[in-house]
Write a protein that binds this ligand. Sequence first.
Ligand code: SF4
Length: 343
Amino acid sequence: MKNYILDMTDNQFKVAAKSIIDKDYRLNQVIKWVYRNKSDSFENFTNLPKHIRERLNEKFLLRTLKIVNKEKSKIDNTIRYTFQTLDRKYIFAVFLSVNDRSSVCISSQIGCPVMCAFCYSGKVKFIRNLSRGEIIEQVLQIENDTGKRITGVLFMGMGEPMLNFTSTVFVLNSFLSNKEFGISKRHITVSSVGIVPAIKKLADKNFGVRLALSLHAVDEKLRERLISNNFGFRIEDILDAGKYYIKRTNSHLTIEYTLLKGINNSMADAHKLARLLKRHELVNSNVNVNLIPLNSLVNVKFQPPEHDSVQKFKDILRFSRMTVNIRQQKGIDINAACGQLGY
Ligand code: SF4
């Protein structure tokens, strides 16, 4: 069986390919073809001798994902990709283009064990974690398909990246490495529902990437209802982990809050959220709150909030000196917006 090259770090590849490549400059040439030139065939590695290309082809695989569906938004040029894995499962990624910047929202698992009640991905049965290569390949294939250089990555597709910690760390190393992707840490966001020990471990690794914590509720009972499997982590501990993350990395934290009509969007909820963040010293220039009005979905029992209530919620937080954004809906017409990735 062939080895999937994207599953390997440079050093692991060096060991696996030592009978084929014995010089460092050859190794660097391969790495450049794989990550910088995004080549999907060893045939294209034209500065390597033919016999090396042939042996690499015998021993290694460059791609395992197949694009089986692609839809482009007529509203904002967002593209939703459906990939099939080698074991015939489906994952999703979204290409986003804002002000000439190209980003990709990627999946980290097949299905999602967290099962948020308002999210389509949460309705897809969890099957397994994605490997380093399967996560990276989403970006490579989208770069090839769109012809755009990807300069931002969001771990906000299907799955909870902090439950796939090992692959996420391998992938972050690759995204940040100048030999591989060379993406700025400021343009990488890891999203989590609040897997406290993993967030602290990520903080200790000090990659400096942005962290987004999905809070969605200000009291435990409601949060348990909205996030069916929150792995027992409490709001207080999650916010403390967020504070720890900022302290360790001096990076940026976003508090994600999906607004659901009549469920968590009252003015009292907004005041409580403001008090909570203050108590956890999360009102400062490193923190912003991202309000996400629910994207309407067929088959989900919640309603989007009225425009007015979103504005009022925002005003209350701003009055408490918080930086607040209302998430722009992207790819709403092709089910590519937040919470819409599923089948
Ligand atoms: S919102 Fe995120 S964590 Fe929740 S079910 Fe969807 S993909 Fe999973």
